[in-house]
Design a protein around this ligand. Structure first.
Ligand code: GDP
Length: 316
């Protein structure tokens, strides 16, 4: 990538900003465009911008994202905006002969009842988890388009499937957040206002695998440099934890000593989501940031950086 024009689409979000931090070490010419200057859901604007900028490599980290609550409430926006962003960029990249493109998917694209750990071959073998179906369908369209261009036209377009992510620039707005920032915020607020309990959604029994976004960015750069197959590739830590155990871990980091109440009327979502990342591990990459250390770092950063300065996400 040295000396190449590399466009990080969605550079201000959680994944995009982690890629920006990681790419500084690569001596490439990083290109970005703000949401005010380019609406990626508009095809002709996207095409015009790309024709002018002429990126040689692209990371697609732009997406409308959110946790289980936001996904279930805004399916139309999650489907339309994510599909438009991916299809616009990937199609134009093929027309412009972009040398390499990396499309970021998500572990929620896999069927709800996929065998665990989930291999890349599980894609489209069963129905999706309803609470994030709209987002997943948009991502699947993007992944399929990238691999179709790879297979039909020989484009070097790859797709990666990260597991559940957390880390710097995470969204702490409780209506949109994923579980780690949500629980950090709830427990911190309860501690400072001397409330003696917090509510955790669901039964506490679902299991999730988490990866720090800096590890994800490192894996993406690794794959951009060395992975050439149109076959999907999972990016995970290989370690899972139940939501209940996670709640106790976060309480310990925050020193919240009150009660943890599980609200079984709130949705659990998928019962388990562990990726099989052996394809990636065989290539020689594995994560470096342990869950507890990552949560401690995120909590410290959130407390010290001013809570309102956190990015309100739309395109990550
Ligand atoms: P998911 O992996 O797509 O389900 O994404 P989330 O991070 O939103 O949720 C993961 C799990 O954490 C689900 O079982 C949620 O019900 C559970 N959970 C518990 N408390 C919360 C909370 O306060 N916010 C969110 N978003 N999830 C929570």
């Amino acid at each position: 990538m040295r000396g190449k024009r590399v466009w990080v689409a969605g550079h201000s979000g959680m994944v995009g900003s982690a890629l920006m931090r990681r790419l500084k070490r690569e001596r490439c010419d990083i290109q970005t465009v703000t949401r005010e200057d380019l609406d990626l859901t508009r095809q002709s604007d996207t095409e015009a911008w790309m024709r002018k900028a002429r990126p040689e490599a692209i990371f697609i980290a732009a997406a409308r994202v959110g946790g289980i609550g936001a996904n279930a409430r805004y399916p139309a926006e999650f489907l339309a905006e994510n599909a438009l962003i991916l299809l616009n960029i990937i199609k134009t990249a093929s027309e412009l002969g972009v040398e390499k493109l990396l499309c970021l998917g998500s572990s929620c694209i896999y069927p709800k009842h996929a065998e665990q750990p989930i291999t890349e071959d599980a894609l489209l073998t069963g129905s999706l988890e309803p609470t994030n179906e709209a987002y997943a369908i948009a991502k699947i369209a993007g992944i399929k388009l990238a691999s179709a261009y790879a297979e039909q036209h020989g484009c070097r377009f790859i797709s990666v499937m990260p597991t559940n992510l957390y880390g710097q620039n995470d969204n702490f707005d409780l209506d949109h957040s994923h579980v780690i920032p949500a629980l950090i915020r709830k427990m911190h607020d309860a501690r400072v206002s001397h409330r003696d309990s917090v509510v955790v959604w669901g039964t506490g029994t679902p299991k999730r695998e988490f990866l720090h976004v800096d590890d994800l960015a490192d894996a993406c750069v690794f794959l951009m440099k060395g992975y050439e197959s149109p076959k999907l590739i999972n990016i995970g830590s290989g370690e899972e934890i139940s939501i209940g155990e996670l709640a106790f871990l976060i309480a310990d980091v925050i020193d919240f000593r009150g009660r943890i109440v599980f609200d079984a009327f709130k949705p659990d979502g998928a019962p388990r989501k562990l990726l099989d990342s052996s394809r990636l591990h065989r290539l020689g990459w594995s994560h470096k940031i342990a869950l507890r250390a990552g949560i401690e770092e995120l909590y410290h950063r959130w407390r010290t950086s001013g809570r309102n300065s956190l990015v309100k996400q739309h395109h990550p």
